[in-house]
Write a protein that binds this ligand. Sequence first.
Ligand code: NAD
Length: 377
Amino acid sequence: MEIDRRSFNKKLVSGLIGSILLSNSALALSFNRKNQQRLGVALVGLGGYSKRQLAPALLDTEYCYLAGIVTGTPSKEKEWMEKYNIPKQNVYNYENFDDIANNDAIDIVYVVLPNSMHADFSIRAAKAGKHVICEKPMAVSVAECNAIIKACEEEGVKLSVGYRMQSDPYTNEIKRLVKEKPFGDVHYVSSDAAYISRGNPNQWRLNRALSGGGALVNMGVYAIQSNIYGAGNNPTSVSAQEFSTRPEYFKDTDETITAQMEFPNGETGTIFTSHNANANRLFVSFRQGWAELHPCHSYGPLAGKTSEGKEIKFLHQSQQMLQMDDFAKHILTGSTNFAPGEMGKRDMIIVEAIYKSIKEGGKKIPLSLGNMGIVGI
Ligand code: NAD
C-alpha cells in the first residue's frame, strides 16, 4: 500500500481519517511515495532538539521515518507513541537500549543526548548493528571520536554527525563559489556563531562534565565548519583567546572565544563564538569579490549576497529533513556522506587545539589535518 507521506501527515494531524490509516501505516511507513525503501530511525533522547526539529522533520523525509524512540523519561513514551504512531516494541529506555539489536524496524540510531553521552550511545548503537547519526559536537574529546569511528568501522555500519548545515543549499553555494572561483581565490574568511544564554544556570550545557565545554563546543563548531568550507581547506594553525564577562553564570564553561586560523595557501580566518552575544554570519573575501551568509547557522530561512549585488536565495526547506534524507540515501545508494565521522573528529581536533592555545596564552598551535573531513569542495 502506497501513501503520499505529506498528505498522510495532514490526515494524521486532523485526527479522524488519520485514525483509519493507522492500522495500515506500519507497512506504508517502510516505503515512500515512489515505493522506495525508507529506513527506520530511532531518536535517542527526546529533549528540545528531537521534539522541535528532528521528529517534525522526520514526518517529511522521503528516505527515512521515525520508527522508534529511546528515552530515560517514562512519561514521554505514551505521548510520543501516540503522536508519531510508534509501536510499543520500538520504545526503549537507556537500560534496555542494547536490545535494539534484535529490532529490524530500526536501521539508524540518532543520538541526541548531552555531549558527554554521545560516545557511549553511538558505540552501543554500532555494536547493535545500527547505522549511527551522532549529534554535534561529535563527542567531548578526540579520543572519544576515535572510539566511535572505530566501533562503526568494526561493526560495518555507517556514521554521520548531525551537521545539518552540510546539507543546506546556502552552505553548498559557498562551497561552489570556493571551488569554481568566479571571484578568484579566497583571501580571508570570518564566521560567527553565538547566542545569549540566560536560562537555568544548572542546565547541562553549562556543566563541563556533561557538555565537554561551553560556547566553543556548542556554537563554535559551526564557526569552525564555516571557516573551513569558506576557505576551502583545513587550517594549518590556530591561535585563540577567551573572554569572560559573566563569570558568576559561566562558572564551569567558556563564555566567549575568538580564534585566528592560517590556511595552506596563505589565507587567514577568524572565528567568534559566544554564549553571551548574538552573532550568526559567514563572510568570505575572494581576490575579486566577496560572499556573505547572514544569517548563516540558524535553522533558516537563511540569507546571503555577493559583491555583485546578487542575492543568494534558495527555497527554504528543513535542514534536518535534508540532512537525515542525505544520510539515509548514503546508506541506501552509496551517495556522498556529507557529514562523516572524520569531519566531527577533525572539528574536535581543532576544538582541543583552541583550548590548548588559550591555556598557553594564545600560542599558535600547528595543525596537520590534510584533507580530513573535507567534503564537496
Ligand atoms: P535538551 O536539554 O533539550 O535535551 C537533552 C535530552 O537528554 C533530554 O531528553 C534529557 O532528558 C536527556 N538526558 C539524558 N541524560 C541527561 C543528563 N544527565 N542531563 C541532562 N539531560 C539528559 O538538549 P538538546 O538541545 O536536545 O541537545 C541534545 C544534543 O543535540 C546535544 O548534543 C546538542 O549539541 C545537540 N543539538 C544539535 C542541534 C543542531 O542544530 N544540530 C541543535 C540543538 C541541539
